[in-house]
Design a protein around this ligand. Structure first.
Ligand code: SF4
Length: 207
């Protein structure tokens, strides 16, 4: 389209028919050489994607906050994956909890062998300074959100070896702990109780 202004009809000439008026070039507003209609089209082309993006981000935020997040919280707390890892005598109780008698898997708790597939670290034994950096590495390899349980007196505060030069006096000196389970060793029922308390904690934090 050209930006020329239509010439005024000369005196004595008949006025243009409606079809001819529609074919006439439009008057330039603002920028010389760019018809008004084109400017409006360009504005619309920019506005529609911007409006779409704003609307979809608003919907996403609403969905995450009010629909998706509670579902994720519910699913996460009912399918905890602890790391398949044992440190000392408490690990025997940990293993027993997954046997036929106590059947921890009925709570959705399934031990996995890779920290990258786990969201729960159950520290079930004496933590020595020699193994401390390995424990921290394993915890850091777990994806968020993640939780930790100190199972037994050794993991909670050093237990009977608290004063030994080689023993960490509580695993919370190395990583954040969400639930502590007392006992030397705690029974499998105590471990299951600790897991149920952790599920309640996750529910409260996610609310
Ligand atoms: S708390 Fe008792 S049973 Fe558990 S690892 Fe320590 S010494 Fe062993």
């Amino acid at each position: 389209m050209s930006g020329q202004v239509p010439a005024a009809p000369k005196a004595g000439n008949p006025p243009a028919a409606p079809a001819q008026i529609a074919d006439m070039p439009l008057e330039v507003i603002g920028q010389p050489g760019v018809p008004f209609v084109e400017i409006e089209t360009l504005r619309a082309r920019e506005f529609i994607p911007a409006a779409k993006e704003a609307l979809s981000s608003l919907l996403k935020e609403q969905a995450e906050g009010k629909l998706i997040r509670p579902v994720f919280n519910w699913a996460g707390r009912n399918s905890l994956f602890p790391l398949h890892w044992g440190l000392a005598c408490c690990a025997i109780e940990f293993a027993a909890a997954f046997g036929a008698r106590w059947d921890a898997e009925r709570f959705g708790v399934v031990p996995r062998s890779s920290p990258r597939q786990c969201d729960l670290l159950i520290v079930n034994g004496t933590v020595t300074w020699k193994v401390a950096h390995k424990l921290i590495t394993l915890y850091e390899q777990m994806p968020e959100p993640k939780w930790a349980i100190a199972m037994g007196n050794c993991a909670t505060g050093g237990g009977p070896f608290r004063t030994a030069y080689s023993v960490v006096p509580g695993v919370d000196k190395l990583i954040p702990v969400d639930v502590y389970i007392a006992g030397c060793p705690p029974r499998p029922e105590n471990m299951l109780d600790g897991i149920l308390r952790l599920e309640q904690l996750i529910k409260e934090r996610g609310a």
